[in-house]
Design a protein around this ligand. Structure first.
Ligand code: BGC
Length: 462
């Protein structure tokens, strides 16, 4: 593989570099100081779940200062994290938990003290269990519940935080949580998927509108899981299958917000979703986001298939295609990032674009105190190159947030899929910089000479 020589100065000077984490995957303290269960607490503590639980995760709840300091040390300027709904509103609605409110004030204050810009994600998949007991995302009342939650967050933190993200990857949490059942709350089937998806589309816009109303100078976005989708070969039936998967994975949640409705042009059976519409929903789904977040991990190769109905298309798993994969079996294909940037920037009303997540997981092992994760460095080098190429082509990419800071609780994979720049020992919670962290620290340094020294000093610092 050949690399272009680039460094941080190759990017526009206002390009933002950041790192993303999420509440459930990091905070731990699952029942501390008034927090009550989210669907992920319930899901991972169920005997059928075989990959551990996130009760302690990386204990960010107690280690937040140490971790935010590391963000600073890595020369990253922005920290994107999510709020735990059931820490703030233990039952999802009603009584507010003052300790929960206070925790995020401490996190935000510490970021500001270190001159790190906090970016808040309102919803990164951890619905309060009390709301799931009432049907969760399938119940239209979630529009009111979400409204109450966003009112509270924007009222509490809106003076200090200006960068807001409404949802993290709706197709992931709705598809995996309410169609395949692989994620919490483990619901399956089209009759769960369709109402849950429609309510998430509405909440995406409702959240944006509340933030606009409550937060002065807010810069508001939402994020999408994006995949480059190719057909297995040129046969028309496979090309059409790829278009349908593309519509499902890439178009489903952005187009309603832009006023284009759901992609029924390609997936004709999708018109059944209209049975969940109430009068006025076409308008309610729209919101003029200031930016969108692209989250890119893998590409998809698609073929025609009789199942599942409605979609009549399926993905050919990467492991059957003789390509490089990460340790979750996803194809490592950095060029796909450029392709999705081109695709999403082609929408007329998309304004700024941020890569709000991208990263890769391997079985990193500590060998004599060091973690030489050169594959991860290669991934970032290549995706940074493609990001720069996108900028050179005139695409309005304004920032790149690495996924993720510290190896964490990777949802249905438990702790075995490690995406962090920093290794975590889940028994001792000891953090160790991987080689990729040191590489990034050096890449992001605008003053190379000081970093060389720092790099030596802090090599594998803890
Ligand atoms: C999610 C993260 C997750 C990452 C890696 C993204 O879809 O937002 O929470 O850990 O993918 O699987």
């Amino acid at each position: 593989m050949s690399y272009r020589k680039i460094n941080v100065n190759s990017f526009p000077s206002n390009f933002k570099w950041g790192v993303t984490t999420s509440a459930y995957q990091n905070e731990g303290a699952h029942d501390k100081d008034g927090k009550q269960a989210s669907i992920w607490d319930t899901f991972t503590n169920h005997p059928n779940f075989k990959h551990g639980h996130g009760n302690e995760a990386t204990n960010f709840y107690e280690n937040y200062k140490e971790d935010i300091l590391k963000i600073k040390e890595l020369n990253l300027e922005c920290f994107r994290f999510s709020l735990s709904w059931s820490r703030l509103l233990p039952k999802g609605i009603g009584k507010v938990n003052a300790d929960g409110i206070n925790f995020y004030h401490k996190v935000i204050n510490y970021c500001l003290e270190l001159d790190i810009e906090p970016w808040i994600t309102l919803y990164h998949w951890d619905l309060p269990q009390a709301l799931e007991n009432k049907g969760g995302w399938t119940n239209r009342d979630i529009l009111k519940w979400f409204e109450e939650y966003v009112e509270l967050c924007s009222y509490e933190y809106g003076d200090k935080v200006k960068k807001w993200i409404v949802l993290n990857e709706p197709m992931s949490f709705i598809g995996l949580g309410y169609f395949t059942g692989l994620h919490a709350p483990g619901k399956k089937g089209i009759n769960n998927f369709l109402p849950a998806a429609h309510h998430a589309t509405l909440c995406q816009a409702i959240g944006g509108k509340i933030l606009r109303k409550n937060v002065k100078d807010a810069y508001i976005g939402t994020t999408f899981s994006c995949s480059h989708v190719s057909p297995v070969n040129r046969l028309a039936k496979h090309k059409k299958a790829a278009q349908r998967i593309d519509a499902m994975l890439n178009r489903f949640f952005i187009e309603p917000s832009l006023g284009l409705g759901y992609p029924k042009d390609i997936i004709t059976g999708l018109s059944v979703i209209e049975s969940y519409f109430a009068p006025g929903d076409d308008e309610l789904m729209k919101f003029d986001f200031d930016f969108i977040g692209i989250q890119y991990y893998f590409r998809v190769v698609a073929k025609f298939s009789l199942l599942p109905p409605v979609l009549f298309a399926t993905e050919i798993p990467a492991i059957q295609r003789d390509v490089k994969v990460n340790n979750m079996g996803m194809e490592i294909y950095p060029k796909g990032l450029l392709k999705v940037l081109k695709k999403f920037s082609a929408y007329k009303n998309v304004k700024d674009i941020y890569i709000t997540e991208s990263g890769v997981c391997f079985d990193d092992e500590i060998i004599k105190g060091k973690i030489k994760d050169s594959n991860r460095i290669k991934y970032f080098k290549k995706t940074f190159e493609f990001t720069l190429k996108a900028i050179e082509k005139g695409i309005n990419v304004k920032g790149y947030f690495v996924w993720t800071l510290v190896d964490n609780f990777e949802w249905a994979e438990g702790t075995k899929a490690r995406f962090g720049l920093i290794h975590n020992d889940f028994v001792t919670q000891k953090r160790t910089f991987k080689k990729s962290a040191l590489w990034l620290q050096s890449f992001l340094s605008k003053n190379k000479s000081t970093v060389k020294k720092k790099e030596k000093k802090s090599e594998l610092s803890v």
